[in-house]
Design a protein around this ligand. Structure first.
Ligand code: LLP
Length: 427
């Protein structure tokens, strides 16, 4: 996201530190995360939505204790979707009332821990879960604040695996056929639940505001039906996350204030038309906050030039630290960062070291023809869904996350070791 700066030797610097020194100190592959950029994005979202709304950072994009502390300090809330994310949030001191619990199949244990801890909201994802959460809360003598997640029937224009508002999928309760209205009816009858609102998340890596507008309109329509049937106005709506970021120069992301204005306008207009008080709005950006703040640094190993085809540039990581290219055909850019080069650009494919041909980090890239073993490559915009989806495939060791701020780099998640792997292997 920031202009690339090089020192006199042509080495790219980050926050005043040069990448060759970083590689030497922390090894490769490694993720380097710009803490100031992360905090600035938190503030941009918070300021854009203002005091009348809440921003929940989606922890699935990337979560660690340092991240939780920064979120806390910047006044953001946190969306978690598993016991592990909840444990991380609580361990790092996020106040429980600022945590929301999500998931289409939360376990009894996860729900119990969340209710006991006093999380601010649980987002109910099915008819069964309405009853499950109510029973657990009643047993604990509590009344749990909940939202109901609805599927609004929008086809978001993104990859099939990350679109979530069409009806034929596992998340939420359909607005269609009166299902969501029935869910509201049931939730309102249960003593263990305080129904505070409706939730809709339409998908991820979205650039077009149209889907959000349809979603907002349909959610307000449901609030209107609830008012007409029950005589109550649910006080909150959450329109989820999903705002796209620039992975390559072709992508043109919306800024938080554009999103805030567009959503605020549509919700305000629809509520005015229906005679509803404007509910408190919340959103759940993950990728848009953390995605652009980090890059992955790799060292080049084998370079294989296939005449008339392309050059395969192998790096010391791959699908174990970035599964997104293999899984979603995601596009990334890449740059030679340990030196400058005047060599001709050559069509290259940056591949990993794993045992399959789909192990691609950057499908098509032009790299200088003299790229050689030992060079360092940086792949930007890997802050979201890279470390958090990393695996130990081929018993590789998951890379560290290093936070850089004011010329100081410090590990916030350390590199795995072979001892870590063997410790789990107790047989
Ligand atoms: N809220 C809910 C309920 C979600 O399911 C998600 C993402 C978010 C918020 C945050 O969405 P974001 O703002 O980060 O797009 N692994 C995929 C993305 C899956 C997202 C799942 N849910 C990827 O690498 O693109």
């Amino acid at each position: 996201s920031r202009t690339v700066q090089r020192n006199a030797d042509g080495v790219v610097t980050v926050g005043g530190l040069d990448v060759t020194a970083l590689a030497e100190e922390f090894g490769t592959p490694a993720y380097f995360l710009d803490e100031d950029d992360f905090r600035a994005r938190c503030r941009a979202w918070k300021d854009a939505f203002g005091p009348g709304a809440d921003v929940f950072y989606a922890g699935k994009a990337f979560l660690s204790r340092a991240i939780v502390r920064w979120l806390h300090e910047e006044g953001l809330n946190l969306d978690v979707c598993s016991g592990g994310e909840l444990a991380t949030a609580l361990a790092a001191g996020m106040p429980a009332e600022r945590i929301a619990l999500h998931g289409n199949n939360k376990s009894t244990e996860e729900i119990t821990r969340a209710v006991e801890a006093g999380v601010g909201r649980i987002v109910l994802d099915s008819f069964q879960e309405i009853v499950r959460v109510a029973h657990i809360a009643e047993r604990l003598g509590k009344r749990q604040r909940v939202q109901i997640r609805v599927t609004v029937g929008v086809e978001a224009h993104t990859h099939e695996f990350i679109a979530t508002a069409h009806e034929d999928q596992k998340f939420g309760i359909a607005l269609a056929g009166g299902q969501a209205a029935e869910a509201v009816r049931r939730a309102l009858k249960l003593d263990g639940l305080e129904l505070i609102g409706i939730h809709s998340h339409i998908g991820s890596q979205i650039f077009d505001m149209a889907g959000f507008e349809v979603s907002a309109r349909r959610v307000v329509q449901l609030l209107t039906e609830v008012r007409d049937e029950h005589g109550i106005e649910l006080p909150e709506i959450d329109l989820g996350g999903g705002l796209g970021i620039a992975y390559t120069s072709d992508d043109d992301p919306r800024e938080p204030h554009e999103i805030a204005v567009a959503l605020g306008d549509i919700v305000g207009r629809e509520c005015a038309a229906a005679g509803l008080a404007v509910p408190r709005l919340s959103v759940e950006p993950g990728r848009a906050i953390v995605g652009p703040t980090a890059f992955t640094l790799y060292e080049v190993g084998t370079v294989k030039e296939l005449e008339g085809l392309r050059t395969y540039v192998s790096v010391d990581g791959g699908m174990s630290d970035n599964i997104r290219t293999a899984l979603y055909d995601a596009e990334y850019s890449v740059a030679l960062v340990s030196r400058t080069s005047d060599a001709e650009p050559m069509l290259s494919r940056v591949v990993g070291k794993h045992c399959e041909s789909g192990d691609i980090v950057v499908r098509d890239a032009f790299l200088p023809a003299d790229v050689a073993p030992g060079d360092l490559l940086a792949v930007p915009a890997t802050g979201a869904y890279c470390r958090s989806m990393a695996s130990n495939y081929n018993h590789s060791l998951r890379p560290p996350v290093v936070a850089v701020r004011n010329g100081v780099a410090r590990v916030i998640v350390r590199r795995e070791t072979e001892e870590d792997l063997l410790r789990l292997d107790v047989g």
